[in-house]
Write a protein that binds this ligand. Structure first.
Ligand code: NAD
Length: 512
């Protein structure tokens, strides 16, 4: 279909055709998902776990096929596709299958028997019903699985729209669940913004979205209108703060990987480095030297032409504002217009206000700014409207840990960057323009389940203390109780006690 890219960004090879979903059919697919959600939600949790656990084996068994397809559609290196899209997701499936029972375990409620005699209850986590999932193209397997697995285990039906840039990877992920979940419990709709809009505006119970700030804002408005929750994971402009006592080699290696993995098309790519002056020169030398060793097989290509154009624009803007290109630069005469070399920039003066330092680039640019001290680095890091992850690089790990308290971002790593996306048990989340969504970890269950209280009253009394009729005795009980419970000094409390007991007896005997 012309709606989808027909050729691979890697080598222009033809991609298999795939059919788009007609936007007008999305609402009825959601209705069918609702029907299916009821029996799926009623299926014993142990059975759901048993079925979904099989996804891990299928994922690992099809590692070659998945990595090859992701490489063809996105353009990332094969080993990276396996390391980022297959292996952590095997861990993800086993984490959720092991953890879900305990996480969904109802909490018993036993209210104070003096105030609330004969009552007990439980708070459980009920599935939301139908979860709409809308995902981007940069990690077309890992990002959807982070929601699909816990959402299905929790008893929801999911209607999922993969990115129009990576529909084939989407279809392959859906195939991992084939025959495991009943019909209509997982539905894939394919297409672009129109299909996404139709899905979000259909009668769904929750929306989980990962993508751009602009789309996130539209979705947030739409969900607010209907009072349905939405989890939004949006853009990033991650900073790395390098302190003078860092391990130079580890830091340089970590920053280069953090900036250029997936050609920088990572919401948590390092897009700003703030390095203390004392170590700036040797660090920059190492970063440049390491970057020079990278080839196309390490960095991959930019997935879309729009992305390639944006990276060019950011680079030109930075150069116009005085940034110095230390390695890389705008490609010339490349056969593939999506190829872009890993580029390191030194940022001074006006260049600090360049788009490459303020807006999300989502490409292989690594701008480095020298700062006087940690305070300046923290101030600049916190100034960004995006706050996804920040890394601090220092040999003094206690100091690095303490710096976290001064940073606004949702995730802080000391001597590492971004890899926590692969930890299924820890929240992936940000603040500001990054959105407030959470995927991974128990906190993500908020958008996938709702708390439900069931309370059972075994009290045989004909009426509760607080029921009608409202009498003088009840009024005395109420106010004497307030005094006895701390509303007065010792003398007042002692004085209120007989009043309280007397009024209670009158009340129980039905006297006014
Ligand atoms: P995008 O917003 O253009 O598209 C994301 C998805 O939303 C696609 O499936 C698209 O078809 C759909 N969509 C577009 N308009 C829609 C609408 N009006 N209603 C419903 N759906 C709609 O983003 P993208 O270009 O695919 O992805 C890149 C962005 O994703 C970057 O900003 C990146 O930082 C962000 N991202 C964030 C995270 C995170 O965890 N915070 C992870 C990966 C990517």
């Amino acid at each position: 279909m012309s709606e989808f890219p027909c050729h691979s960004p890697v080598d222009g090879s033809e991609l298999p055709t795939i059919e788009a979903t007609c936007p007008s059919t999305v609402a009825s697919l959601v209705d069918r998902a609702r029907g299916a959600s009821v029996s799926w939600g009623d299926t014993a949790l142990a059975r759901r776990v048993e079925l979904i656990a099989e996804v891990e084996r299928r994922l690992l068994g099809r590692a070659d096929e998945i990595a090859a397809l992701v490489r063809l559609e996105v353009g990332k290196p094969l080993e990276e596709a396996c390391l980022a899209e297959v292996l952590p997701n095997a861990d993800l499936v086993s984490y959720w299958c092991d953890a879900i029972e305990e996480l969904l375990e109802p909490i018993r409620v036993e209210p104070d028997p003096l105030s609330y005699p004969g009552k007990h209850g439980r708070v459980s986590r009920a599935p939301r019903g139908v979860v709409a999932l809308v995902t981007p193209w940069n990690y077309p397997v890992a990002i959807p699985l982070r929601t699909l697995v816990p959402a299905l285990l929790a008893g929801n039906a999911v209607v999922w729209k993969p990115s129009e840039v990576t529909p084939r990877s989407g279809a392959l992920v859906a195939a991992l669940f084939e025959g495991l979940v009943p019909k209509d419990v997982l539905t894939v709709v394919q297409g672009g913004a129109d299909v996404g809009r139709a899905l979000v505006e259909a009668a769904v119970d929750s929306v989980v979205f990962t993508g751009s700030v602009a789309t996130g804002r539209t979705i947030a408005r739409s969900c607010a209108e209907r009072f349905i929750p939405c989890s939004l994971e949006l853009g990033g402009k991650d900073a790395a703060i390098v302190l003078a006592d860092c391990d130079l080699e580890r830091t340089a290696n970590g920053l280069v990987w953090g900036a250029f993995t997936n050609a920088g098309q990572n919401c948590a790519a390092i897009e700003r480095v703030y390095v203390e002056r004392a170590i700036a020169e040797p660090l920059i030398e190492r970063i440049v030297a390491t970057t020079r060793t990278l080839g196309a097989s390490d960095v991959g290509v930019l997935t879309t032409l729009a992305q390639a154009e944006k990276v060019r624009e950011h680079l030109r803007d930075a150069i116009a504002k005085g940034a110095q290109v230390l390695v890389g630069g705008e490609p010339e005469g490349e056969a593939n217009p999506r190829a872009f070399p890993p580029t390191v920039l030194k940022i001074e003066g006006d260049a600090a206000s360049a788009k490459a330092m303020t807006d999300e680039t989502f490409g292989p640019l690594l701008p480095i700014q020298v700062v006087e001290d940690l305070d300046e680095a923290v101030r600049l890091t916190n100034a960004s409207s995006y706050q996804l992850t920040t890394s601090v690089w220092t040999r003094n790990t206690s100091r690095g840990d303490a710096v976290a308290a001064q940073l606004r971002s949702g995730i802080v790593t000391v001597n590492n960057h971004a890899f926590t996306a692969a930890l299924a048990s820890t929240p992936w989340t940000g603040v500001g323009d990054t959105g407030t969504g959470v995927t991974n970890g128990p906190h993500c269950l908020t958008s996938l389940t709702r708390p439900r209280l069931v309370l059972v009253d075994t009290n045989g009394a004909k009426r509760e203390l607080w029921w009608y009729p409202y009498t003088p005795a009840l009024r005395t009980v109420a106010f004497a109780m307030a005094v006895v419970r701390g509303g007065g000094g010792l003398v007042a409390r002692l004085a209120a006690l007989p009043r309280l007991v007397g009024a209670l007896v009158r009340r129980l005997l039905g006297k006014s």
